[in-house]
Design a protein around this ligand. Sequence first.
Ligand code: SAH
Length: 231
Amino acid sequence: MSGFRADVLTLFPEMFPGSLGQSLAGEALKTGRWSLNAHDIRVHGLGKHRAVDDSPAGGGAGMVLRADVLANAIDAVASPEDHRPVLLMSPRGKPMTQAMVREWASGPGIVIVCGRFEGVDERVIEGRHLIEVSIGDYILSGGEPAALVVLDACVRLLPGVMGKIESGEDESFENGLLEYPHFTKPREWEGRTIPEILLSGDHGKIAKWRREQAERLTRERRPDLMGKNQD
Ligand code: SAH
């Protein structure tokens, strides 16, 4: 089946599919709308102990993933002909946006390299044209949770994965705005009511109210997004 193909290179392949084996992503995985293969980098490790890392040149704390080992792991999975971007999860990377996710989700798939320890040898980033991607300004202990985040964001955009097609389009960031507030039953809860306009049945007014709310929330919480088209 020609679905979205994800390959992940990691020292902890048992962390996958993890949360992606559940719910909508899990269903889509079972029905073959996408595929996920986690590959153990250690298979390419050196010597009796399958060493994958070593101490940083120039000294300092921690260990660094070796360029040769990682390149062998990448070459075993990503062929230049398959045209998939090879991402390296990295706090130094380009902060991930919904526009980036949409681009990846519309392609043949992605290869994700998960770092560990202090990171990876710089030469493999250059030599294999790795695209460094960050999921936010904080430090994780490894790239695996970040890879799960990237894949979750991609998979929900694949055709047929989400129940209702519209629920993908109205979302925060999709139109450069945060989403408007939601309400459901009961009509009154702990003395709080639902805004009257949402119960009016007037779709024009409802759309206008939601737009205003989205703009207000974006202005208050994320003024940096205002007027920014995500494309
Ligand atoms: N010494 C590095 C941090 C290493 S954290 C530095 O200061 O930049 C270990 C690994 O976790 C990284 O190689 C990366 O793969 C992953 N990681 C940590 N934080 C991340 C983030 N915000 N986004 C994506 N990956 C992250």
